[in-house]
Write a protein that binds this ligand. Structure first.
Ligand code: GLN
Length: 546
């Protein structure tokens, strides 16, 4: 039967529950268990597709076309499995399902209530997503004490009633601040979080203590005593990124292993090792991140928004991670520069200056007109100066706009997304998207196949595969009416949809450019430390070449 590990957060949001859950999952996987993970988001949106990435972080896309919370990305990158959209549960989905069932008459004669109808639906979804796995990690978003968390905590308790206390473990992830005026790590917020959890009927089995530094033994004991925990239940999980650290989240499963967390957790759930863990490959990949032999500088030319005084770089987290995976595979540190595309479209701005010092440029996915001309300027600079370029989704579309304008001589070429009456509509809405009016979950979403052309760079990077599958999230495409003009002028369509209609990959011939590749897909969503995305790997390798 499936064992459940319920992860809740305390003290502050953004404490790293997702990475903690993912790391725990990897750790248990190395001990031979099949592991999945479920993310619960207490917001009313039915999915993350309608949230603003610059506020909420990136929208993750699953193989089965879900637009989900980015934590599913963490889970996939650590667990190396494809996680379906059903593993991201939101309050919106729950209420929608219950209300629709009520309208269908499924509860005729009943008063439909928060308990048990809402909590039953939550439990049903958790069970369904966990089916067939030895262990399911259920991460409840937000922080204990949030009003909106309550139904999910209640549902977790119901799991315990159904399957027995021995088959459900609770983990509280907290943060231990070190106020600068006293320079001492404070345990009180953690103690209070444990108390709050207990008010919901949940006694944590383990407390994972996040903080700038490792937790000392004195404080471990203090938290154990206060929270009524047995010795060994408080686990230190210091920052893995920042000054004086390994500077990579991928070190965390190794750190947790050092704390003998796997043994303790397995013991708590009545499990024994299915195999002895072999961390060699993982450790090797981590070491190539912490002490690589080479280095390259890459810029992501994107849209960045400040939230008050802070910038959220989370909107491109998967690209960032994909570059780390590829950097590790190439034994190289990838130094990332975040270049605001608006800086490349100001009057008189010179891409040679703004982009000086970068070995390669990525144009990520995006929507709308902000900074688009800046991105096009960056692409032109790459094409004309033999600078490695990787375009992702919007990046492909804008590369086609640039090529149309500056190589094919199509003045006024544009995407109809920002200029509906463009003179040359080289990027146009997909035919099946024309009638779409509802915005939620209606893009061309999820995994689609592409057929790769023999002899192309892209096919070579995918190990010679004739057919590949990558994830998508878009409404526009290269307008078929312009295919022949682009091809005549030397652009190579290295991959097309199986029906031959939609351009999935483009490149410039190797004779003319060392790396100019773009895709309508988002290969960053299928990159993991153990299996870097082929296009990213090829791109990083070419950035490393003199
Ligand atoms: N805005 C473009 C489209 O909808 C590109 C989307 C993206 O980059 N994900 O087609």
């Amino acid at each position: 039967m499936t064992r459940y590990i319920v992860v809740v957060g305390g003290v502050i949001s953004g404490v790293g529950k997702g990475v903690a859950s993912a790391s725990m999952g990897r750790m248990l996987k190395e001990h031979g268990f099949s592991v999945t993970a479920v993310k619960i988001d207490p917001y009313i949106n039915c999915d993350a597709g309608t949230l603003r990435p610059t506020e909420h972080g990136e929208v993750w896309v699953t193989d089965d076309g879900g637009e989900t919370d980015q934590d599913l990305g963490n889970y996939e990158r650590f667990l190396d499995i494809s996680i379906p959209k059903a593993n991201n549960i939101t309050t919106g989905q729950i209420y929608r399902a219950v209300i629709e069932a009520e309208r269908r008459g499924e509860f005729l004669g009943e008063t439909v209530q928060f308990i048990p109808h809402i909590t039953n639906e939550i439990q049903r979804r958790i069970e369904k997503a966990s089916e067939g796995y030895d262990i399911s990690i259920v991460e409840i978003g937000g922080t204990v004490g949030d009003f909106e968390n309550i139904p999910f905590l209640f549902a977790a308790k119901s799991l315990e009633h159904k399957y027995g206390r021995e088959n459900v473990a609770y983990i509280l992830v907290t943060y231990l601040p070190i106020p600068s005026h006293i320079d001492e790590m404070k345990t009180k917020p953690t103690q209070l979080s444990a108390k709050l959890l207990l008010e919901n009927g949940i006694q944590p089995d383990f407390i994972l203590c996040r903080g700038k530094r490792a937790l000392d033994d004195v404080r471990k004991r203090k938290i154990e005593v206060y929270s009524n925990l047995s010795p060994g239940s408080v686990i230190s999980m210091p920052d893995a990124v920042g000054e004086g650290t390994a500077n990579t989240i991928y070190v965390i499963p190794l750190d947790l292993e050092k704390e003998e967390f796997a043994e303790r957790l397995m013991k708590r759930l009545g499990l024994e090792d299915k195999r002895k863990p072999d961390w060699n490959a993982w450790r090797g990949a981590v070491e190539r991140i912490t002490s690589p032999e080479r280095e390259t500088k890459i810029a992501i030319v994107g849209k960045y928004l400040d939230i008050g005084d802070y910038k959220l770089a989370d909107s491109y987290i998967s690209i960032n991670e994909a570059l780390k995976h590829s950097g590790s595979a190439c034994n190289a540190r990838v130094k990332l520069g975040w270049v605001d595309s608006k800086d490349l479209e100001k009057n008189g701005s010179d891409p040679r200056k703004v982009l000086a010092g970068y070995d390669g440029i990525i144009i990520p996915g995006g929507f709308g007109s902000t900074g688009v001309e800046g991105k096009i300027n960056a692409i032109r600079y790459c094409r004309e100066n033999n600078i490695p370029f990787l375009g992702l989704c919007y990046g492909l579309q804008l590369a086609v706009v640039e090529y149309s304008r500056n190589v094919c001589g199509l003045d006024g070429a544009n995407t109809t997304e920002i200029e509906p009456n463009a003179r040359h509509k080289v990027i146009d809405i997909l035919p099946e998207q024309r009638s779409v009016s509802n915005k939620g979950a209606t893009m061309r979403l999820g995994a689609y196949k592409a057929m790769l052309k023999e002899g192309t760079k892209v096919r070579g990077l995918y190990g010679g595969a004739a057919e590949v599958s990558e994830r998508h999230r878009h409404r526009y495409e290269v307008n078929p009416e312009y295919h022949s003009r682009l091809l005549e002028k030397g652009l190579l369509f290295s991959g097309m949809s199986p029906d031959g209609k939609l351009v999935e990959f483009i490149e410039l011939p190797e004779s003319g450019h060392k790396f100019f590749v773009a895709t309508q897909a988002h290969p960053e969503f299928k990159s993991s430390l153990m299996r870097p995305a082929p296009l990213f790997r090829g791109f990083v390798e070419s950035c490393l070449k003199e």
